[in-house]
Design a protein. Structure first.
Length: 141
């Protein structure tokens, strides 16, 4: 199980992030989650939305460079050690985590964690074997 995330490349200049998010909103794209990583010259805006393929196409039409990536999503309890448990299971499966971010969901207590890992299927199987359910795109909206 996986979720599609859109990565959008944005110049690291004043107003460019505001411009991109206004463009997204103006096309009716509702962002459920967002993360941004930057360097001196550019940033990578990572978003989760309800229709990633259509949203990526709209962004491309607006001149944005985008990429759609499959990431792993997990519902996580609001309790100390929940994240550590998930990360330990992923590590024991021999899967590397590139990055992760979280957001609150409306359909569950706790939060959703997004994981960019080097093997979604292997990580999902290890989590499922430990009784931790991965989440589909439709589960978040």
């Amino acid at each position: 199980m996986s979720v599609k995330q859109i990565s959008v490349f944005i110049e690291n200049q004043p107003g460019k992030l505001a411009e991109a998010t206004r463009y997204i909103a103006g096309h009716g794209i509702n962002l459920r989650a967002m993360s941004i990583a930057d360097t001196k010259d550019f940033g990578i805006l990572r978003v989760i939305c309800d229709d990633p393929e259509q949203s990526a196409e709209v962004l491309r039409e607006g001149g944005y460079i985008t990429n759609v990536t499959e990431v792993l999503a997990v519902g996580i309890n609001d309790a100390p050690g929940s994240l550590a448990t998930i990360l330990e299971i992923i590590a024991k499966a021999g899967v590397s985590v590139e990055y992760t971010y979280a957001f609150l969901g409306t359909r569950m207590e706790g939060a959703f964690m997004i994981f960019r890992v080097d093997d979604n299927a292997k990580a999902a199987a290890a989590l499922e074997a430990a009784g931790i359910k991965t989440v589909e795109q439709s589960d978040m909206f």
